[in-house]
Design a protein around this ligand. Structure first.
Ligand SMILES: Cc1cc2nc3c(=O)[nH]c(=O)nc-3n(C[C@H](O)[C@H](O)[C@H](O)COP(=O)(O)OP(=O)(O)OC[C@H]3O[C@@H](n4cnc5c(N)ncnc54)[C@H](O)[C@@H]3O)c2cc1C
Length: 385
């Protein structure tokens, strides 16, 4: 083994997850979307095998691995055509934040559920009037009689209908009425005063997106996770895993599309040779394969740095997410082109990925905000905003 290959254990994990996911596949997800069903059977099967809890410490029943293992699970599911979007938010963000910053009581209460997948907790930071500017968040909490009172709203929150709880980022209302630092609060999705409204989307996925409204939602004192004085720094513990997971999901989709494209290009023949022999088809696919490998390497580096607590994990996670999104968009586009008319036929399952692949360019952090980050932090350029 060298520094540029994964461990035998990680490789075996990938194989096992891909094999399990293959029993579901892209057709299963498309059937769920068409029927308006959730991919619960897939979530349960992945949970039962212990894959949702690979990064949870063993003391709570997890696999004792790290974000690189969870990212490998995500990538392999996606490469088999059946990504689980809520893995990005539930085990990767919420699980990480509570495992790192929760009190011992909170960890004992929540971590076993992340370990066995019986708990689904979604994550809410994005707000309509703040968007990419998380310093502009307006959702807030104030203390009242030993409880927290939550007010405000969020949008594009994934999977609220599938979750028992949502980890909400809200700012502390100061005695003078101003808004202070943000913290994360665990909120039951059926809490009085919380309403959720579905956002109709043009993206074919089983998970739905929601606008949330908080109207004097009362929470117990232990809803707060972590130190209220830590602010965004503590939340970034969950946001780098989110980026690594977003990258892994995109890479899996790229592999799925490339596999379909190369299989088709090897057999489809309209002149004297299969279309894959024409360089106009082969070279763009080879270019996509190179982009995917480069982005995978960066994603593995980001996961390794994050797991080791070494500096540079933030920049690497951002760059990985950027590279993976671009690789995925390019691979899906080329897979559609390779299939000719069949690329847009429902039967081949690629057309809907044209929209889905673009998600990684927008969420959890947009392409432009990553370029801003690299411009400022890597290149030392002044910021425009
Ligand atoms: C399917 C889906 C699922 C999601 N799930 C969740 C979730 O579970 N939880 C959650 O909290 N959020 C979620 N999001 C929200 C997502 O993180 C945001 O959409 C994303 O961060 C961008 O914010 P915005 O949509 O408000 O865009 P805006 O911030 O309004 O940006 C619009 C455009 O302007 C660009 N832009 C903004 N500022 C700058 C700048 N300074 N320089 C250059 N360009 C700039 C952006 O890059 C973008 O292209 C989800 C979104 C989608 C689409």
């Amino acid at each position: 083994m060298t520094a540029f290959t994964e461990s035998a254990e990680r490789t075996a994990l990938r194989k096992a997850v891909f094999a399990l996911a293959g029993t579901f596949g892209g057709d299963y997800v498309r059937e769920c979307v068409a029927a308006g069903r959730k991919t619960t059977e897939l979530w349960d099967a992945v949970a039962k095998a212990g894959y949702l809890g690979v990064a949870v410490e063993e003391q709570w029943g997890g696999g004792g691995g790290d974000i690189g293992d969870l990212a490998a699970v995500m990538e392999e599911l996606s490469a088999a055509g059946c990504p689980l979007l809520l893995m990005v938010v539930s085990p990767a963000i919420c699980g990480t934040v509570i495992q790192q910053y929760g009190t011992p009581e909170q960890q004992d209460r929540w971590m076993p559920g992340f370990a066995d997948g019986s708990l689904t907790m979604v994550f809410a930071i994005t707000e309509p009037d703040a968007g990419s500017n998380s310093h502009n968040l307006a959702t807030n909490v104030r203390e009242d009689g030993g409880e927290w009172v939550l007010n405000g709203g969020k949008y594009y929150i994934s999977g609220v209908d599938e979750a028992s709880h949502v980890l909400v980022v809200a700012r502390h209302r100061q005695p003078d009425g101003s808004l202070g630092l943000p913290s994360a609060f665990i909120v039951p999705t059926d809490a009085p005063g919380l309403t959720a409204r579905v956002i109709e989307m043009d993206i074919a996925m089983p998970e739905q997106q929601f606008t949330l409204f908080f109207d004097d939602v009362r929470l117990p004192a232990d809803a707060l996770v972590g130190d209220p004085a830590a602010g965004l720094a503590q939340l970034f513990a969950g946001l780098n895993p989110e980026r690594i997971m977003g990258a892994s999901s995109a890479l899996g989709m790229a592999r799925y599309a490339l596999d379909k494209a190369t299989a088709y290009a090897r057999t489809r023949q309209v002149w004297s040779t299969p279309i894959g022999a024409h360089q106009g088809i082969a070279h763009p696919l080879a270019h996509c394969a190179i982009q995917v490998e480069l982005a995978r390497l960066m994603t593995q580096k980001a996961a390794a740095l994050y797991a080791a607590g070494e500096p540079g994990a933030g920049a690497a996670a951002n760059m990985a997410k950027y590279a993976a999104a671009e690789a995925s968009v390019a691979a899906v586009d080329q897979a559609v082109q390779t299939h000719g008319g069949n690329g847009l036929a429902t039967e081949y399952g690629l057309g809907s990925l044209l929209v889905a692949s673009r998600l990684a360019r927008i969420a959890p952090v947009s392409r432009e905000m990553i370029l801003n980050y690299v411009s400022q932090h890597t290149l030392g350029l002044p910021r425009s905003y």
